[in-house]
Structure formats: structure tokens, C-alpha cells
Design a protein around this ligand. Sequence first.
Ligand code: CMX
Ligand code: CO
Length: 145
Amino acid sequence: MLTRIDHIGIACFDLDTTVEFYRATYGFEVFHTEVNEEQGVREAMIRINGTSDGGASYLQLLEPTREDSAVGKWLAKNGEGVHHIAFGTADVDADAQAARDKGVRVLYDEPRRGSMDSRITFLHPKDCHGVLTELVTAAKAAEDH
Ligand code: CMX
Ligand code: CO
């Protein structure tokens, strides 16, 4: 069951400048940063609030590490902006299978590693009315970060 918005993924050309915008404009601080080479991104997670289901809500600021990555290609075509939304679930495998059973293309056979050791998969934007949709199960450790 999808129980919350885990994050909004925002593509940007320069992570440091974008992080500074969110800090200066709203007072948001970076909760976590990492490079995910498989996904081709350098990212900053800005925590917005916590919930009682083992996760929180974040903005995920994404700077591509290579031009041929998903975010790199998208930025070249669209410029900066909202790249995807992510729903939180306690069981990403079950929710991915449920989407598959309804004929929605799930991009990975098995969930992969996402931010903060979460497990993630994606639904194809063309099957979701133009919205690239990520499903996330947070790592337990992320709660106590
Ligand atoms: N939102 C909405 N539509 C999108 C999209 C997005 N983020 N990215 C691509 N599309 C659309 C394109 O506009 C294009 O539409 P048209 O054919 O009408 O022009 C179509 O999908 C195909 O796009 P493409 O540029 O040819 O790109 P690809 O098919 O090579 O890749 C996708 C698209 C979704 C399969 C790829 O971006 C992907 O695998 N995404 C999942 C991984 C990812 O996004 N990782 C980065 C985030 C990591 C994280 O969140 O942790
Ligand atoms: Co994401």
C-alpha cells in the first residue's frame, strides 16, 4: 500500500546552487547527500517532515554525473524542474507487482538501491499520464538518521 509522498525528484544543473536556493529561500537544510553511480546522479535530500510509518518526505535534488543518465538526458531536453514523484510503501515488491498486474510498465525486474539504502523502482511515465513515478521502501536505518 502506498502510504505517503516519499519525495519529489527535482533535476538541476548545479546541486550546490540549488541547495543554497532552498536554504536561503525556505530555511531548508540538507539531511543527506550521496552519489549514486548506477543512477548517474549526485543528490541532496532535504527532509520536509516525518511520519509514523517509517519514513519522511523529502525533496530530492538531482544533478547528473553523466550526460547519458536519465536525469542528464531529461535536463538537456527540458531544463530544470520536477523530474519525478515518489510514493512511500512498506513493501515495494508487492506494490510494483500490483502495478505490473494492472498493465503498467515497471522499469526494473527487481527493486534497486536508492537514496539512504532505500529500495526503489520506477513506473514508466507513458503509462502514468506523463509522470515518472518511483516507488520507495525506506531503509529502517533512515528513520533514526
Ligand atoms: N517525466 C515524464 N516523461 C518523461 C520523463 C520524466 N522524468 N523522462 C522521459 N520522459 C518521456 C520523454 O519526454 C519521452 O516522451 P516523448 O517520446 O513523447 O518525447 C519518453 O518519455 C522517452 O524519453 P527519452 O528521453 O527517450 O528517455 P528514455 O526512454 O531513455 O528514458 C525513462 C526514460 C523513464 C525510461 C528513464 O528516465 C528512466 O529509466 N528513469 C528511471 C531512473 C531515473 O529516473 N533515475 C534518476 C533518479 C534516481 C532517483 O530517484 O533516485
Ligand atoms: Co527519486
